[in-house]
Unconditional design. Structure first.
Length: 89
């Protein structure tokens, strides 16, 4: 049986919620060892951060997007991640 450890990658709009097309987005990675701020993008580019997690063995199994206002504007995306726990010994 596979044992898993879990993490999440939170991607939040950090810029102005006005008419700014290229809002800043902040990536924060939460894992069993703590919290890491993975930097800011000048526009939404979560693929770079997902690739970083994937390079460490994490796989995304759920995505939750939060929209606000009308017309809908993407405010945050949270990715649930998991990876197999390596057996000790």
């Amino acid at each position: 049986m596979t044992r898993w450890e879990y993490a999440r990658l939170e991607y939040h709009a950090a810029g102005d919620l006005g008419a700014d097309r290229h809002m800043d987005w902040e990536a924060v990675f939460h894992h069993p060892g703590g919290v890491q701020r993975w930097g800011r993008d000048e526009r939404f580019d979560d693929l770079r951060h997902l690739n970083r997690a994937g390079a460490s063995g994490w796989e995304s199994y759920h995505r939750n997007a939060v929209m606000i206002d009308r017309p809908h504007r993407l405010y945050s995306v949270t990715y649930s991640l998991r990876r197999p726990v390596k057996p000790s010994g």
